[in-house]
Design a binder for this molecule. Structure first.
Ligand code: Z5A
Length: 211
C-alpha cells in the first residue's frame, strides 16, 4: 500500500507549486508517485470541476455545491486514488475532504457533522496518512491568486470562490487551523508565506519523516 498525502490551504497558498516539487523529489528517490487534484482527477471530476469553477456558470446553491464536490470525490477515490495506493504509489492530492469541511462547512456554513458523514461515505472511509496545511494570511493568498489570474489574461474574471468576500476566506483559514489543532498527528502546518524553496524544504522534511 502506498501513502496518501493531501495538501490543503486557502486561495493562492502554493499547493500546486509544492505538489509538483514534492512529486519530483519523490521520483528522484525512486518512489512511484501520482499527483492529482480535487475537484478533478477523473473524466467525471473534470466535468464537475468545469461546472463548479466556471467563470460564467449558472446559479449553484451551497447544498448543490457540496453534493457536486462529493460526487467528484467518490469517483476520484474509486477510479484513481484507491487503485494507485493499492499499486504502491504515493498519492499527492491537491485538496480533499478537509477542503469540503473548510469551504462548505466553515465558508458556506453548512452542517459540519453532516459533511463529515458525507465525506466518510464519499471516500469509502479513506483518510490521508499526512495532511500538509500551507497557511498564510488571507490577504497575501488572494493577492497571489489575483496576480496569477491577471497573468493569464488582463481581462480574466475571478472564479466563483475568488469572488467571495474576504470574511469568507477568513472563516476557511480559521476552519483549517482548527482541524489541524484537533488532529495534530495527521496535520503539519507549514508557513505558506515563506519563499518557494523554504516551503519545499519543509514539505520534503515531512515526507521523509513518514514511516
Ligand atoms: N473547493 C471546495 O469548495 N470544496 C471542496 O471540497 C474542494 C474544493 C475539493 C478549487 O479551485 C476550488 O474549489 C477552491 C476550493 C474549492 N477554491 N478556490 N478558488 P482550484 O483548484 O482552481 O484552486 P485552489 O485549490 O484554490 O488553488 P489555487 O488558488 O490555484 O492556489 P494554489 O494551488 O494553492 O497555489 P499555486 O497555484 O501554487 O500558487 C498561486 C500563485 O502564487 C502562483 O502564481 C504561484 O507562482 C505563486 N506562489 C506559489 N508559492 C509561492 C511562494 N511561496 N511565494 C510567492 N509566490 C508563490
Amino acid at each position: 500500500m502506498g501513502k496518501f498525502i493531501t495538501f490543503e490551504g486557502g486561495e493562492g497558498s502554493g499547493k500546486t507549486t509544492q505538489i509538483k516539487l514534492a512529486a519530483d523529489w519523490l521520483k528522484e528517490r525512486g518512489i512511484p508517485v501520482l499527483a492529482t487534484a480535487e475537484p478533478g482527477g477523473t473524466p467525471l471530476g473534470r466535468k464537475i470541476r468545469e461546472i463548479l469553477l466556471s467563470r460564467k456558470s449558472c446559479a449553484i446553491g451551497a447544498e448543490a455545491e457540496l453534493l457536486l464536490f462529493s460526487a467528484a470525490r467518490v469517483q476520484h477515490v474509486r477510479e484513481t486514488i484507491l487503485p494507485a495506493l493499492e499499486a504502491g504509489q504515493w498519492v499527492l492530492c491537491d485538496r480533499f475532504t478537509d477542503a469540503t469541511l473548510a469551504y462548505q462547512g466553515f465558508g458556506r456554513k453548512l452542517d459540519v457533522e453532516f459533511i463529515r458523514t458525507l465525506n466518510d461515505f464519499s471516500t469509502c472511509s479513506l483518510k490521508p496518512d499526512l495532511t500538509l496545511l500551507l497557511d498564510l494570511p488571507v490577504e497575501a493568498g488572494l493577492a497571489r491568486a489575483k496576480k496569477r489570474t491577471a497573468g493569464i489574461c488582463p481581462e480574466a474574471a475571478e472564479d466563483r470562490f475568488e469572488r467571495e468576500e474576504r470574511i469568507f476566506h477568513e472563516r476557511i483559514r480559521e476552519g483549517y487551523l482548527s482541524f489541524a489543532a484537533n488532529e495534530p498527528e495527521r496535520f503539519r502546518i507549514i508557513n505558506g508565506a515563506a519563499d518557494v524553496e523554504s516551503v519545499r524544504r519543509e514539505v520534503c522534511l515531512h515526507l521523509s519523516a513518514l514511516p
